[in-house]
Design a protein around this ligand. Structure first.
Ligand SMILES: [Zn+2]
Length: 238
């Protein structure tokens, strides 16, 4: 429907779903940027939206922390607002992430947010189709804020957003790993572990384990060898 058989074979089902959903909004995307060369970071695009305007320092810290987490893998994120239909670029992977609730830790912490860890629901998730993870996910900022409240309440007000932004980045990196692997499998340690403690999310650093870092490096190598990136123009040629 969208492309030649060989191209469709190359595209993951998730990517095809993504493009089918965003083709209308991104129909102007046609030009290409040069593929990343070995030694240069490989860019993957994260198209994002926030339910409510986020605190700017939460977003800035989140993006910086994602950069720090991914630096050892050779992968870097190109952040693109979901409403932005102008970029004409190619990426080896495109993800869509929605941020629900209030991504702002400056809001007053109320008593009901200080409950035990067990009362917290999902902090973030990746959608599945037929059991396969697809590159659509969400971060639940309200849940995350409640989860962190017992430790955040000890922080000075001016540092809460940077602590919160780091935590957002860590749960986001977890979901990005699911999207790239296409699998719900978890690791024994690090960001790809099945659950994150408050300590994990608020520690000075928290990273992928050695095996997962190696997997991400190999993913980057494979994407460089594959050469061609993905753009809506690829699937709109037929
Ligand atoms: Zn998971």
């Amino acid at each position: 429907m969208f492309a030649s058989r060989s191209l469709l074979d190359r595209l993951s089902m998730a990517t095809r779903i993504l493009f089918s959903l965003f083709l209308g909004a991104c129909a102007c995307l046609s030009a290409e940027t040069p593929a990343s060369l070995p030694g240069e970071p490989t860019l993957i695009a994260v198209f994002y939206s926030f339910d409510q305007p986020p605190a700017p320092d939460v977003v800035a810290t989140m993006q910086t922390e994602i950069g720090r987490i991914l630096a050892p893998t050779g992968v870097r994120v190109a952040w693109r607002p979901l409403s932005d239909s102008s970029p004409a670029e190619n990426y080896p992977e495109i993800m869509v992430m929605r941020f629900h609730g209030a991504c702002d830790a400056q809001m007053p912490i109320i008593y009901s947010e200080l409950g035990p860890e067990g009362t917290v629901h999902e902090l973030a998730e990746t959608q599945r189709v037929d059991g396969k993870m697809i590159p659509f996910g969400s971060v639940e900022c309200d849940q995350l804020r409640r989860y962190l409240a017992p430790v955040a309440v000890k922080d000075r007000a001016e540092t809460r957003n940077s602590v919160f932004g780091k935590a957002v980045a860590r749960v986001l990196a977890h979901e990005m790993y699911h999207m790239l692997t296409g699998s719900a499998t978890h690791a024994k340690q690090g960001i790809a572990r099945a659950s994150h403690s408050r300590q994990d999310l608020t520690a000075k650093t928290f990273d992928f384990g050695k095996s997962e870092t190696e997997w991400l490096r190999n993913w980057r190598s494979r994407s460089l060898m594959a050469g061609e990136g993905l753009s809506p123009s690829d699937i709109n040629q037929h």
